[in-house]
Design a protein around this ligand. Structure first.
Ligand SMILES: Cc1cc2nc3c(=O)[nH]c(=O)nc-3n(C[C@H](O)[C@H](O)[C@H](O)COP(=O)(O)O)c2cc1C
Length: 362
């Protein structure tokens, strides 16, 4: 029988019932303490038939925030909120990892403790805007982290990983993608350091590898994933040689024997832009271990990737926003609901927990 998205797979210590993964999706609907609330519990509960859910990006500290209404994993209230989410997913037999997030320079003093400057590998301002309480405001020039401050951030990832364990998650995904702090270290457009965290590929990967080691120390490698986004220019990102950079990072992550490496082929929100050339098969070949892909996948494309061995799992983003029962719909070849981009970020249950599932629609 050919392997496809419905073939169970061993992921670390777990056996997933299918290879259909819910991609991490920021929805900006946490409560005023950045804690998950009842509607967030319902949203994840509805999507529990995915082989694996990866939570929306969740700040590791108050200093890591970049958006309003995004959840954190640094306070008791947040841990308690997430406990409700993980219990609801587990009650339906699902599995859920938490995505650990630090926004770095993609933030604004008005949303950070004591109006602090956002932090980054280098004092390079990103083009673009933060959505603050006072409205849209241009990103500011970030504070360049000292090596002592870098060690503090690594320790904060470790503490957040411990909090995720307490919140009942099945594992964690380190957010190394989409122009946030870890990605800002990896790509040389945002990292101009001359110390051991900048310059060579080994130096630019060091921050990610130190965080990975710290998180693995908490969870064990078989419950930790890492996400990368080699071609995503979102958040003003660029690299002089993405292929060499990300092949190196994939290779350097291999010895950890992680639960998975998650590589998104997504090139950002602006679909009108041509996708930069990048050989994902080459990156995949550079990595030894379980490989998850993402970015514009349909059922047919996902089955082709899995049956050919190009990927072991496929994550679906916008399709999971609109289809709580995506796995059942795929199994029945049923029509899919269309996502409504106007309700992606912020708001209430509309466009969040009210997309119909097949059983409700029948
Ligand atoms: C509304 C929205 C929120 C997102 N939030 C996150 C996030 O929190 N973390 C992350 O790594 N990627 C995030 N992404 C990227 C998605 O995980 C995914 O890579 C992207 O949607 C492409 O996959 P798709 O073509 O299946 O939608 C987000 C994308 C969208 C549309």
């Amino acid at each position: 029988m050919t392997t496809n998205v419905f073939t169970p797979i061993k992921l670390g210590r777990y056996t997933l019932t299918n290879r259909i993964v819910m991609a991490p999706l920021t929805r900006c609907r946490a409560d005023e303490n950045n804690a998950p609330r009842a509607m967030n519990v319902e949203y994840y509960r509805q999507r529990a038939t995915a082989g694996l859910i990866i939570s929306e990006g969740s700040q590791i500290t108050a200093k890591a925030v970049g958006y309003l209404g995004t959840p954190g994993i640094y306070s008791d209230a947040q841990i308690a909120g997430w406990q409700q989410v993980t219990a609801a997913v587990h009650s339906r037999g699902g599995r859920i990892f938490l995505q650990l997030w630090h926004c770095g320079r993609v933030s604004h003093p008005s949303m950070l403790p004591d109006n602090m400057q956002p932090v980054a590998p280098s004092a390079i301002r990103a083009e673009g805007h933060a959505h603050t309480m006072e409205g849209v405001q241009a990103f500011v020039t970030p504070h360049e982290l000292t090596t002592a401050e870098i060690a503090v951030v690594v320790a904060e990832f470790s503490q957040a990983a411990q909090n995720a364990l307490q919140a009942g998650f099945d594992g964690v995904e380190i957010h190394g993608a989409n122009g946030y702090l870890i990605d800002q270290f990896i790509r040389d457009g945002s990292n101009q350091r001359t110390d051991e965290y900048g310059g060579s590929l080994a130096n630019r990967a060091r921050f990610l590898l130190e965080i990975t080691q710290a998180v693995v120390n908490v969870w064990g490698a078989d419950r930790v994933g890492v996400r990368l986004s080699p071609i995503n220019p979102f958040n003003d990102m660029s690299d002089s040689n993405p292929q060499a950079t990300f092949d190196y990072v994939a290779q350097a992550l291999s010895p950890f024997q992680l639960a998975y490496l998650h590589v998104t082929e997504w090139a950002g929100h602006d679909a009108s832009q041509p996708k930069p050339a990048f050989d994902f098969a080459q990156l995949r070949a550079a990595y030894q271990g379980t490989y998850m892909t993402n970015g514009g996948y349909t059922l047919d494309k996902a089955n082709a990737a899995i049956s050919s061995g190009t990927a072991d799992l496929v994550a679906f983003g916008s399709l999971y926003i609109a289809n709580p029962d995506l796995a059942e719909r795929f199994a029945q070849n049923a029509p899919l609901n269309t996502p409504d981009a106007s309700t992606f970020y912020g708001g209430n249950e509309a466009g969040y927990t009210d997309y119909p599932s097949l059983t409700l629609a029948a």
